[in-house]
Design a protein around this ligand. Structure first.
Ligand SMILES: NC(=O)c1ccc[n+]([C@@H]2O[C@H](COP(=O)([O-])OP(=O)(O)OC[C@H]3O[C@@H](n4cnc5c(N)ncnc54)[C@H](OP(=O)(O)O)[C@@H]3O)[C@@H](O)[C@H]2O)c1
Length: 250
């Protein structure tokens, strides 16, 4: 029997990029998936790509709104009953120098990237089977200071830190909580930031492996952490960054 046969995994930001790539892997391994994101059109296209009929539930929801998360979890319970995994992956990148960050910018980035992850996890707890796995999506930027990214990077550091306390909190139920910290991964988000070939080449030049990452590189790590092969791994962070944060290519 395939690892994920009959299991249900919730993926926020599941309509594109790393979330969708993870959903594709999970569906191929027999899982049901619940995809959440703001845009119904994006979710509909993702469901079409997955082509797995009633094994896919899409729920338009903004993770920064707790009322949306309540509705997301209600719809998940009605369709699938229980959850066996959560990939709290939805995130936004909004960059500005510290002096230029407004209160609204701050609330928006923290609202999606930290509050959104926090309450995605909290609201999933009544649905999660004991022994399930939670994975949150962090960032290499939690480990290296880069101008323009103060709020984003601090919010990502917060969710990585959260995995350690939640691992302790949820350990008695056998629920594992881990983080992935992607490096430069070619998705809509990355292409919106590194808009020129020059910019992408500059990014590539910082990566020990000499290439930009793909969403599937992150999906592979997410599947490992969601699976029983990681059954003794909790409170950890896996960098999927080609060596960006640890090694200097010369
Ligand atoms: N790409 C990189 O190089 C990189 C590096 C480090 C970390 N990350 C992190 O990786 C995660 C996935 O990003 P990605 O690169 O795969 O980019 P992406 O394709 O832009 O995916 C982000 C997803 O999040 C959803 N989303 C955004 N705001 C949301 C909200 N308020 N509520 C619900 N869903 C929301 C988006 O859908 P809607 O717009 O329809 O809501 C989208 O599907 C993010 O947390 C990002 O911060 C990315």
């Amino acid at each position: 029997m395939a690892e994920f046969e009959g299991k249900t995994v919730l993926i926020t930001g599941g309509g594109s990029g790393m979330g969708l790539a993870t959903a594709q892997r999970l569906v191929a391994e027999g899982a049901n998936v619940v995809l959440a994101g703001r845009s119904p059109e994006r979710l509909a296209t993702a469901a079409k790509t997955l082509d797995a009929d009633d094994r896919v539930l899409t729920v338009p929801a903004d993770v920064s709104r707790v009322a949306d998360l309540d509705r997301l979890h209600d719809e998940t319970r009605r369709r699938f009953g229980r959850l066996h995994g959560v990939f709290a992956n939805a995130g936004i990148a909004q960059f500005a120098r510290g002096a230029e960050v407004s209160e609204a910018d701050f609330d928006h980035v923290v609202g999606v990237n930290f509050k959104g992850v926090y309450f995605t996890v909290q609201k999933s707890l009544p649905l999660l089977e004991d022994g399930s796995s939670i994975v949150v999506n962090g960032s290499w930027l939690a480990h290296r200071g880069m101008a323009f990214t103060s709020v984003y990077a601090a919010a990502k550091a917060a969710v990585i830190n959260l995995t350690r306390t939640l691992a302790a909190d949820l350990g008695p139920r056998g629920i594992r909580v881990n983080a992935i910290s992607p490096g430069y991964i070619v998705t809509e988000m990355f292409e919106g930031i590194a808009t020129t070939e020059e910019a992408r080449e500059a990014c590539r030049g910082n990566v020990a492996l000499g290439r930009l990452g793909a969403a599937e590189d992150v999906a592979d790590a997410a599947l490992f952490l969601l699976s029983s092969r990681a059954s003794y791994v909790t409170g950890q962070e896996i960098a999927v960054d080609g060596g960006l944060t640890t090694s200097i290519p010369l």
